[in-house]
Design a protein around this ligand. Structure first.
Ligand code: GLU
Length: 294
């Protein structure tokens, strides 16, 4: 058997906080106990918000925490051609469409529907599903609209994708205490509706690039926060459509701030570099996030 491959995949658009430290250390721990490999991937497709300084800060904080990773580090911004290749496959199969409705138009449409007594579905993150009216646009009208320069995003036609796949999807969730203990989870991609796969200014999206990279890097075990649990359904759909193997997943508990809220990259008191400047040592961080000291 080949050894398991794990990855830690932060976005260099801010500093690492305690939640990232937990994710990185758990990946490291699981790679160690399974004699696996650990890769580091920088999810920097948002080239406006990701900076070399944040990237250097991530390397520094991870080394200080005692996390080690293989070289080379994969930087998503250097691989837009890979995502485009997969995206083109979906275009060729008519599984994506240009979605022209602006946020304002969408809101107005939903308000109108709700005023008429229809409840409008929300995705697992609480965002209203895209109405998808432009899915039915005749090809000529679509091309004409695209030529006008009207902004649009490429969305997956989820109904068409699920018909094309033709069978229910699930994924394997493994336990962090015993990575060989597996659980099958029913995937509910329909709950997400027509997700965005690419934008005009960014020729990919989080969902598309994460799936393509997990495939290209032959990741066998994805360890990430519970906030991405439901999104795994979208990843399963894309893996099926693109013929990529499905890794096993472990979605770990989230680390909350002293106020009980989810940590954000702007919270100074939970940033790893700030804690370090204030005299914390790596074992203090481990204690704060409920991991045994080294
Ligand atoms: N880049 C994502 C983040 O920083 C993690 C994606 C993943 O692990 O699948 O939240």
């Amino acid at each position: 058997m080949t050894s398991p491959v794990f990855r830690f995949a932060p976005s260099p658009n801010g500093k690492l906080h305690l939640g990232h430290a937990y994710s990185a250390l758990l990946n490291q721990q699981l790679a160690d106990v399974t004699s696996g490999r650990l890769l580091l991937r920088l999810e920097d497709i948002d080239t406006a918000r990701c900076t070399p300084d944040f990237e250097a800060g991530i390397f520094d904080d991870l080394r200080w925490l005692g996390v080690g990773w293989e070289q080379p580090v994969r930087r998503q911004s250097e691989h837009f051609a890979d995502y485009d290749k997969s995206f083109r496959r979906l275009v060729d199969e008519s599984l994506v469409y240009p979605a022209f409705m602006s946020r304002g138009e969408m809101r107005a449409h939903i308000v109108e529907q709700e005023a008429a007594g229809k409840s409008w579905p929300r995705d697992p993150d609480g965002v209203p599903l895209y109405p998808g009216l432009d899915k039915a646009l005749p090809e000529r009208k679509r091309a004409a609209l695209m030529a006008t320069g009207k902004p649009f995003a490429w969305r997956l036609d989820m109904a068409a994708a699920l018909t094309r796949i033709g069978h229910p999807l699930e994924w394997t969730e493994f336990s962090a205490d015993d990575p060989s203990a597996l659980n099958q989870v029913e995937a509910r991609p329909q709950d997400w509706g027509d997700v965005i796969l690419a934008r005009r200014e960014t020729p990919t999206s989080y969902h598309l690039s994460v799936v393509v990279d997990d495939g290209l890097q032959a990741i066998t075990h994805v360890v990430r926060g519970l906030d991405l649990f439901a999104a795994t359904a979208v990843h399963r759909v894309l893996q099926e459509l693109l013929g990529l193997p499905a890794p096993a997943y472990h979605h770990h508990r989230l680390i909350f701030g002293p106020d009980g809220r989810k940590l954000s990259k702007s919270l100074r008191d939970t940033g790893i570099s700030a804690l370090r400047r204030n005299g914390a040592v790596p074992n203090d961080i481990r204690r704060m996030i409920g991991l045994d000291p080294f």
